[in-house]
Design a protein around this ligand. Structure first.
Ligand SMILES: C[S@@+](CC[C@H](N)C(=O)[O-])C[C@H]1O[C@@H](n2cnc3c(N)ncnc32)[C@H](O)[C@@H]1O
Length: 420
């Protein structure tokens, strides 16, 4: 039993273990799980951090633990071991506290009480022996349904680099409303400002609405539309609104549409904080009718596989079948978006996916279906990017392993199309 007054971290660790269970067994994304009840904000944040660390390194943690186990333990016991190994090897937490706390959780759980001795013994071995082995292990592999098409598209070495980038995680990127620098951040060549670790509300200019949070890759699609002053622009699938803010800041008359009223509330909040203006519409992008627009930005729902750096739970929840239905939805959205575009109007199609079926192939297929659509090729260097970001059909392919020296970026695809 830990000494009285000793910080056992029990509530946060228990909540992290429940998040892991729900991700792996219920196939629920962390963002769709209810907030753990009864935790103070500090413990809730700690639980989330622990769950993210576990999921980001799960494959490697299992590799470290395997030699210490004669047979595969139950999921509940395995999870305790994984959490202990993560705290010891990834976080570098003080070993005595970590092991005592996890042994205590084991003792108190009906399904784990008999394994308390095992948890104690294995974690002591991990602490004593495994730091060198941990450092030498390859990064956590992506699941087969995702790895296979990525191998085909980018090759084995690129996929290994993507997996390594996922383990490194993501920095915090901000888009400044009026361009320029933000004190304390590193300006990136594409115009975003990067912070390695920071509390968002403590960054200068938060209350004034001088910037908003947006990965540097996600900030590029809106810029493809060029000069928007006075133009009517439709932001299809707009919430939570990073691109809406960019379009409004560029002087466009913006209609921001999303199917989800709840998610559109985030757009309202973001507009209020930044003092920008857009017309918000709750509607289905597949059936929405309006006078044709000068320009459209379609940031279609997708597998979000470009954001695994931030959401390491994703590979454990999404499936190939889900991606297939999303691909069909994107195709239908592209076709309907075309009907809402003036002749001569420009349309950006983008997704935060690594999969060509949700990017390059989607655009190639749209060109085959519609004679009046053409691609306006993008020159990445005009956006502060590298020439190799350009993809053969004229779009832009961004990957998490790009810009390793600057801290990477989310995976994204974008193309600029013209009607007529
Ligand atoms: C990738 S997110 C958009 C991110 C947003 N453009 C931004 O920059 O913050 C996709 C959005 O599509 C919305 N969505 C999904 N199906 C939709 C539909 N049929 N019609 C309109 N919006 C839809 C989702 O609610 C979600 O907000």
């Amino acid at each position: 039993m830990p000494k009285p007054g000793f910080d056992t971290g029990l509530p946060a660790r228990r909540a992290a273990l429940e998040m892991l269970r729900s991700t792996l067994m219920d196939k629920r994304l962390l963002s769709h799980q209810p907030a753990p009840g009864g935790l103070d904000p500090e413990d809730a944040a700690r639980a989330r951090r622990l769950a993210l660390t576990l999921l980001r390194h799960l494959g490697r943690l299992d590799n470290v633990l395997r030699p210490h186990l004669q047979k595969r333990p139950t999921l509940a016991v395995q999870s305790l071991l994984r959490l202990g190994a993560a705290e010891l090897l990834v976080d570098g937490s003080e070993p005595h506290g970590v092991i005592a706390s996890l042994v205590e959780i084991a003792k108190r759980g009906a399904r784990t009480t008999r394994a308390a001795g095992l948890v104690n013994a294995v974690l002591r071995k991990v602490d004593a022996d495994d730091r060198g082995r941990w450092a030498a292990l390859p990064p956590q592999p992506l699941p087969v349904w995702l790895r296979k098409p990525l191998h085909k598209a980018y090759g084995v070495d690129a996929v290994a680099a993507i997996e390594a980038a996922h383990e490194r995680g993501a920095a915090l990127d901000l888009t400044p409303k009026a361009g320029g620098v933000i004190a304390g951040g590193v300006p990136l060549p594409t115009g975003s400002v990067r912070f390695s670790q920071a509390q968002v509300t403590a960054i200068p200019g938060y209350a004034e609405g001088d910037w908003w949070v947006q990965d540097t890759a996600a900030a590029l699609p809106a810029r493809l539309l060029g000069d928007l002053v006075g133009l009517r622009v439709l932001d299809l699938c707009a919430a939570p609104g990073g691109k809406t803010l960019q379009l409004a800041a560029a002087g466009a008359d913006v209609t921001a549409l999303d199917l989800s009223e709840t998610r559109l509330e985030r757009v309202t909040e973001n507009l209020a904080r930044t003092g920008l203006v857009a017309r918000l519409v709750v509607a289905d992008a597949l059936t929405y009718a309006a006078d044709p627009f000068d320009a459209i930005l379609l940031d279609a729902p997708c597998s979000a596989t470009g954001t695994i750096r931030r959401h390491p739970d994703l590979p454990f929840v999404k499936t190939a079948g889900e991606v297939e239905s999303l691909t069909r939805l994107q195709m239908q959205m592209l076709d309907h978006a075309r009907t809402l575009l003036k002749p001569g109007g420009r349309l950006v199609f983008c997704t935060c996916s690594l999969l060509p079926n949700e990017g390059e192939n989607q655009v190639k297929a749209a060109l085959k279906r519609h004679d009046d659509l053409s691609v306006l090729p993008i020159d990445p260097t005009q956006l502060g990017g590298n020439p190799h970001w350009a993809s053969p059909e004229g779009g832009l392919r961004l990957r998490p392993d790009f810009w390793p020296e600057l801290g990477g970026m989310d995976g994204f695809y974008m193309a600029l199309l013209k009607r007529g």
